[in-house]
Write a protein that binds this ligand. Structure first.
Ligand code: NAD
Ligand code: ZN
Length: 384
């Protein structure tokens, strides 16, 4: 018999105003001099101003420091620079605020605090990481769920590809899910990041790893996104919808400890080669990926359809899949996402490079059916 390990260990503070608990909780976690890691766009948001007020403005500024150089789709330099500021300022913990980019960079920077020479490409050789500085994650998008994950997605200098750095010690000490911090997220980013969360739930549910707890979480995540994403998109100030999206995004990431699938392997090269936002890249590929899987494993989306509120409990597998996939296509279209790659500057001349990277990407190894290089080429052609 195979033995499986289940774990859901992160402490999450959830609710409007949850940010107010940060200082006391951080103290208890041993953080007196935090390094705040974020991206340049965040500095101009009300979310960052709220954090600054909470940590204490100007006079006490010497007790907390900021690294704000994180790129969208973070690169190694971001991580190295953040770690250098951490050491220079004598910080004792990282508070990352922002989307997945800021959270991933902040999470990974701790790896370099005591081992500045660490080669990320050899990260898996290292075994004991129990001395990492404490990490607090404050998401301001509702998509990646990086806040509850043990991994960090960084584009490596050597390969120019996204590498997933993974270690249980990378988990946040606690997470602040405060929907007020996502109110200022513009509609197009609300849609794209929400599509990422939806893709996490769908791909993790259909990934053939035995993990019934994750399966239940993924289905409830789909239900919440179906209810809340259109509302958060239409009215950014809808706190109830923003809160449901934050929780659903975290659920998507908890669920994908199972793993992901073909859609994420299609999406990753679109970010590294063409610079597309991760969530948008998933939105562009989701429907094509679902059609590909359903054609080879009929019935796989029946329970996804039920979670979307569709009446597909009975009837043929093919019909259930078709109705579910049509629903997802309409759902994404209603978020005004232009779902053709060509509309986002991606051209046929990039196909070879995209296919080569997609084949190398680890996510499709756990897809419900195998995916060949030829399949990737056809899928990219379909979404062009
Ligand atoms: N670690 C994981 O488990 C995991 C999972 C999925 C994706 N990722 C990674 O996460 C990254 C994508 O993260 P993302 O989709 O959250 O986007 P992002 O972090 O790149 O942010 C996108 C933009 O949104 C802006 N922004 C964020 N919050 C805002 C707010 N409240 N108001 C106004 N603007 C705001 C940022 O300044 C930025 O310009 C990718 O690098 C992806 O590979 C990681
Ligand atoms: Zn994703």
């Amino acid at each position: 018999m195979n033995v499986t390990t289940f774990s859901f260990p992160t402490t999450v503070l959830f609710g409007p105003g949850a940010l107010a608990e940060l200082p006391a909780r951080a103290q208890r976690a041993g953080i007196q001099r935090p390094l705040v890691v974020t991206d340049p766009g965040l500095l101009r948001t009300e979310a960052f101003r709220a954090l600054a007020r909470t940590l204490g403005e100007a006079a006490q500024r010497k007790h907390w420091f900021v690294y704000s150089g994180v790129h969208p789709n973070p690169v190694e330099t971001d991580v190295r620079e953040a770690a250098a500021v951490f050491r220079e300022r004598g910080c004792d913990g990282v508070v990352a605020i922002g989307g997945g980019s800021a959270l991933d960079a902040g999470k990974a920077a701790r790896l370099l605090v005591k081992r500045p020479e660490l080669n990320f490409a050899r990260f898996y050789d290292e075994s004991d990481w129990s001395d990492l500085p404490p990490f607090v994650a404050i998401p301001t998008t509702a998509g990646t769920g990086s806040e509850v994950g043990r991994s960090s997605v960084i584009t490596l200098d050597a390969t120019k590809r996204k590498a997933v750095l993974f270690h249980p010690e990378m988990l946040a000490r606690f997470v602040v899910l405060d929907p007020e911090l996502t109110v200022g997220l513009p509609p197009e980013l609300t849609a794209a990041t929400g599509a990422d969360a939806l893709t996490h739930c769908i791909e993790s549910f259909t990934c053939p790893v035995f993990h019934p707890m994750c399966d239940g979480i993924a289905l409830e995540g789909i239900r919440l996104i179906g209810e809340a994403l259109p509302r958060a998109y239409r009215d950014g100030g809808d706190i109830d919808a923003r809160g449901k999206m934050l929780v659903a995004a975290a659920m998507g990431a908890v669920a994908f400890q199972k793993d992901l699938g073909v859609v994420h392997s299609l999406a990753h090269p679109l970010s590294t080669i063409c610079g597309l936002h991760h969530g948008l890249a998933n939105a562009l590929c989701l429907v094509a990926g679902m059609r590909f899987c359903a054609a080879r494993r009929p019935g796989i989306y029946r329970r996804v359809g039920i979670a979307c509120g569709l009446d597909v409990l009975k009837g043929s597998d093919a019909k259930a899949d078709e109705r579910t996939i049509s629903f997802i296509a309409q759902f994404l279209a209603a978020l005004s996402l232009d779902l053709r790659l060509s509309a986002h500057g991606v051209g046929a001349e990039q196909l070879d490079a995209l296919v080569a990277q997609a084949v190398e990407d680890p996510c499709h190894k756990t897809n419900v059916v195998p995916v060949s290089a030829q399949d990737f080429r056809s899928l990219y052609r379909e979404v062009l």
